[in-house]
Design a protein around this ligand. Structure first.
Ligand SMILES: Cc1cc2nc3c(=O)[nH]c(=O)nc-3n(C[C@H](O)[C@H](O)[C@H](O)COP(=O)(O)OP(=O)(O)OC[C@H]3O[C@@H](n4cnc5c(N)ncnc54)[C@H](O)[C@@H]3O)c2cc1C
Length: 478
């Protein structure tokens, strides 16, 4: 029986038979990409540039996913391919802002700083970010230049799967948009939803967020996924005044102000919580935000702030409507409460104002597909090499193992979900175990790289008139 969104009311859930209506096939392409985050964007761009007719379906108004609609505009050095091109275009069009010790003195080593808190106080730093809205405009243009038919405002809802000679393939995806329900036909499909939504609708196997995906991982009985978060932007912040308060009153984490506001009933208990200790799939690895948490963006006086979904709620925002609605409502409330606290209590925020709230609550731990290969932390630790490696050996530090560096390869099979032959995975929806995904193998540069690889694999499959599962992969792409 379906779970409803009765919101605490004791109601009987009944089911209705929906009238089956024919759905018009309104478009057809070689490659159909669902979701325009860093993965889907790069996949569509690469496939179209290789000559494949390409459609991108995106439910919001621009590509970029968490990094545009979600306001996570952290910019870094290019890692190659489309990622480097993106960083260059953002820089050329003046939408990258860089803060240094000269423009933001007192930031390095400051406990309020999301990224630079670990530095020695007063040390040199350079933090670059792109303006998410401007970046989204550039990404829209890049897709147009490449001939991608991007359909914004179209939410993917279902697939049509057909079997032939014992092998399953998707023939159409179904979207809902201003015209109602429409079908889009394709030869190869790419799941760029960030939460493996196409995998789920196609009946391919996956593990729910918070669950075990690999034999080496014990399952937490509470099935608690790592919480998502919503970002928002405030302008008009006088950071020099904040710093003067922190040092003058010996209150580096604003603990005194937070305690005063808590005592006065001005902040709810979910705000400024300590780290989760012990229980939960991620144990004490969960990034709690016990204090203000922010990063400079767009220019002096403007910062992006974070608000995490309360971890004790264990919400599954990707596949549970009630959880999703609860997170949206709670996040709005917490952003509102934090803003009022900052303006009322923290010197330097008196004239600050909210300029932007992310269009969605980012999901950190959605579905993890089971692909033809599930990349686990053991593969990284063992420095495993693969005949179908998609990149040359790469070195990354693993949060899960106290930031130890490992050098390893990733097989093409991680891009191939089980069961469906003509579907490719990308971005945060790759077949990776969660200990490797979290904080490492789903960052913006890597998701852009894996999108490019998926786009390349799709276009090569179309050229050879085969399905991606039959594509022979022998040479690393990056
Ligand atoms: C809160 C948060 C903070 C993060 N911080 C950082 C950071 O500081 N640095 C870093 O490098 N990485 C960070 N990450 C990780 C990184 O942002 C993601 O892993 C990455 O964006 C995943 O890329 P993606 O393309 O797979 O998915 P997403 O970026 O999630 O994009 C998915 C896209 O698909 C669309 N979509 C989803 N469902 C549908 C549907 N049904 N129909 C149509 N369109 C759909 C969405 O609208 C979205 O545009 C963060 C992630 C979160 C959630």
């Amino acid at each position: 029986m379906a779970k409803g969104f009765a919101q605490g009311l004791d109601v009987q859930i009944v089911e209705v038979e929906s009238e089956r209506k024919p759905i018009p096939v309104v478009a057809e392409a070689d490659v159909v990409v669902v979701g325009g985050g860093p993965g889907g964007f790069a996949a569509a761009l690469r496939a179209a540039r290789m000559g494949a007719s390409t459609i991108l379906l995106e439910k919001y108004d621009m590509p970029g996913g968490v990094h545009t609609c979600g306001l996570q505009g952290a910019a870094g050095p290019g890692v190659g391919g489309i990622h480097t091109e993106l960083m260059q275009r953002f820089a050329d069009e003046g939408c990258i802002y860089t803060a240094t010790q000269d423009t933001l003195s007192g930031w390095a080593g400051n406990p309020l700083s999301h990224y630079e808190a670990h530095l020695k106080p007063g040390s040199a730093f350079s933090r670059s970010s792109f303006n998410p809205e401007a970046a989204g405009c550039i990404m829209v243009r890049m897709l147009e230049e490449a001939g991608v038919r991007a359909q914004y405002g179209s939410a993917f809802v279902d697939v049509v799967v057909k079997s032939h000679a014992g092998r399953d393939s998707i023939t159409e995806v179904i979207v809902e948009n201003a015209s109602g329900r429409q079908a889009i036909r394709g030869k190869v499909f790419i799941d760029g939803s960030g939460t493996a939504e196409v995998v789920a609708r196609a009946g391919a196997p996956f593990v729910r967020g918070g669950g075990p995906q690999h034999a080496s991982v014990a399952w937490d009985a509470q099935n608690r996924p790592i919480p998502g978060a919503q970002l928002w932007i405030m302008s008009g912040i006088d950071f020099a005044r904040v710093l003067a308060y922190q040092t003058g009153e010996n209150d580096p984490t604003l603990a005194k102000l937070i305690a005063a506001a808590r005592g006065a009933g001005d902040i709810p208990p979910e705000l400024y919580r300590p780290r989760l200790e012990g229980a939960g799939v991620y144990g004490n690895a969960y990034i709690g935000h016990p204090t203000l948490d922010m990063s400079p963006i767009q220019g002096p006086g403007t910062f992006v702030l974070w608000q995490n979904v309360p971890y004790e709620w264990g919400l599954h925002m990707d596949d549970d409507a009630e959880d999703h609605a609860r997170a949206k409502k709670a996040m709005r409330g917490l952003i509102d409460a934090e803003t009022r606290f900052l303006k009322k209590y923290v010197p330097g925020f008196e004239h600050a104002f909210v300029t932007n709230v992310g269009r969605y609550v980012g999901i950190r731990d959605g579905r993890h597909p089971i692909g033809e290969y599930v990349f686990s932390i053991e593969d990284a630790r063992a420095g495993r090499r693969f005949p179908d490696a998609v990149t040359k050996p790469m070195t990354k530090t693993f949060f899960w193992d106290a930031y130890r560096p490992y050098t390893f390869e990733v097989p093409y099979r991680c891009f191939l979900p089980k069961k469906i032959d003509n579907l490719l995975l990308t971005g945060a929806s790759l077949s990776f175990a969660f200990e490797t995904i979290f904080m490492v193998m789903r960052n913006f540069p890597w998701c852009t790289q894996t999108g490019e690889i998926a786009g390349y694999a799709a276009a090569r499959s179309v050229e050879q008139a085969i399905v991606p599962k039959d594509l022979e992969w022998t040479v690393p792409y990056f």
